[in-house]
Design a protein around this ligand. Structure first.
Ligand code: MN3
Length: 213
């Protein structure tokens, strides 16, 4: 849905991911941080009627062709809106413990298996200096890639499709884990919604297939 963008529901109560992610962090993260990205994105687009019909992903894919005065605001707040919307969906209480299906096959074939993939994503998140995200993304050639981005930059901005991502901004973990980002990342694996992640992968592969045809 294009402008005006709206804060989506979490899909579960703020305390649902306890003890791994605490309720107060979720309340502030969703209700304040994510809400601010949505509000700031709408404020940036308010005076640009010609941009208001675009879907969020389209805005982010074509950042450099947007009016100069809103490029940074759309990059930071549009990226923040998309990243967080996906992030809430990639988490769930009591989800499957491991990936399955075509995603599992791809992780095994391309990344050396689930354990190696988890290590790589954890490492990408732990070593991202300052604020950012660690990603599993699908590149233009249909291959999986594990890496990190700064700030609210999304894989979408460089032509990749996000499959799974983890927020490593301090606001995502500081109340419970303080400076212990690796401990937060370790706990986060317990709440990953593998069903949703597998759907992200299959959808991204499906879109590629239809483009190739
Ligand atoms: Mn965040």
């Amino acid at each position: 849905m294009p402008y005006p963008f709206k804060l989506p529901d979490l899909g579960y109560p703020t305390n649902a991911l306890e003890p791994h992610i605490d309720a107060q962090t979720m309340e502030i993260h969703h209700g304040k941080h994510h809400a601010a990205y949505v509000n700031n994105l709408n404020a940036a687009l308010e005076k640009h009627a010609d941009q208001q019909g675009k879907e969020l992903e389209d805005l982010l894919r074509t950042l450099s062709s947007l009016p100069q005065d809103i490029q940074t605001a759309v990059r930071n707040n549009g990226g923040g809106h998309l990243n967080h919307t996906l992030f809430w969906g990639w988490m769930t209480p009591g989800g499957a413990k491991e990936p399955s299906g075509t995603l599992l096959e791809a992780i095994t074939a391309e990344l050396g298996g689930v354990d190696k993939f988890k290590e790589a994503l954890t490492q990408a998140g732990a070593t991202r200096f300052g604020s950012g995200w660690a990603w599993l993304a699908l590149d233009a050639g249909g291959k999986l890639k594990v890496y990190s981005t700064a700030n609210q930059d999304s894989p979408v901005m460089e032509g990749l499709t996000p499959i799974l991502g983890v927020d490593v901004w301090e606001h995502a973990y500081y109340l419970k884990y303080q400076n212990r980002r690796p401990e937060y990342l370790k706990a986060w694996w317990n709440v990953v919604n593998w069903t949703k992640v597998a759907e992200s992968y299959d959808r991204a592969r499906g879109k590629m297939g239809s483009m190739a045809r």
